[in-house]
Design a binder for this molecule. Structure first.
Ligand code: GDP
Length: 183
């Protein structure tokens, strides 16, 4: 076995959390990304869940362990354990519900209060398929992201628009920071 074989087996595992108001589409973004599934009905189960997805970057296996609040935000039960060790966060709102966009500030506060690492953050305007009932413009999303130095993307878990990109931009940024030893 030569050293290139050794190197190709190098593995990375990053924890990423998804946060945002209830019903913005967090679980569906995760199931669309991890299993290419969409569930039109809100889930009945409550409890933290995560799913793992691997991708190859620079010949290395990079695994993202992506956590979903799985409904706990309804009971204000998202605890510091949820955030612990996270290197990335997707802050999700629903483009057809202004209140969910306004609440991003609250989620950011929570994230800042609990995060124990430098977190790569992506602002995600989900449900962009609902253009006809849009309440949050693309510009509003963009300008919040610029102000806070987040990445920004609009997605649809329903029709798959940008879902892969939303997760993979974050994963690649974390990998790039870790491999340059910024983190
Ligand atoms: P969570 O509570 O944030 O995890 O949200 P869910 O993933 O359970 O989704 C809440 C509701 O929004 C469900 O009825 C989903 O089918 C619906 N939903 C999720 N993503 C989208 C989307 O991209 N477009 C549309 N039109 N509906 C969505």
């Amino acid at each position: 076995m030569d050293s290139s074989d050794e190197e190709s087996r190098e593995e990375y595992l990053f924890k990423i959390v998804i946060i945002g108001d209830s019903a913005v589409g967090k679980s569906n973004l995760l199931s669309r990304y991890a299993r290419n599934e969409f569930n039109p009905h809100s889930k009945a189960t409550i409890g933290v869940e995560f799913q793992t997805r691997s991708l190859e970057i620079d010949g290395k296996e990079v695994k993202a362990q992506i956590w979903d609040t799985a409904g706990q935000e309804r009971f204000r039960a998202v605890t510091s354990a949820y955030y612990r060790g996270a290197f990335g966060a997707l802050l999700v709102y629903d483009i057809s519900r202004k209140d969910t966009f306004q609440n991003v500030a609250k989620w950011l506060e929570e994230l800042n209060a609990h995060a124990d690492t430098i977190v790569t953050r992506m602002l995600v305007g989900n449900k962009c398929d609902l253009e006809s009932i849009r309440e949050v413009s693309v510009e509003e999303g963009k300008s919040l992201a610029e102000e806070q130095e987040f990445f920004f993307i609009e997605t649809s878990a329903l029709d798959s628009t940008n879902v892969k990109q939303a997760f993979e931009i974050v994963i690649r940024e974390i990998y790039s920071n870790v491999s340059r030893k910024v983190l």
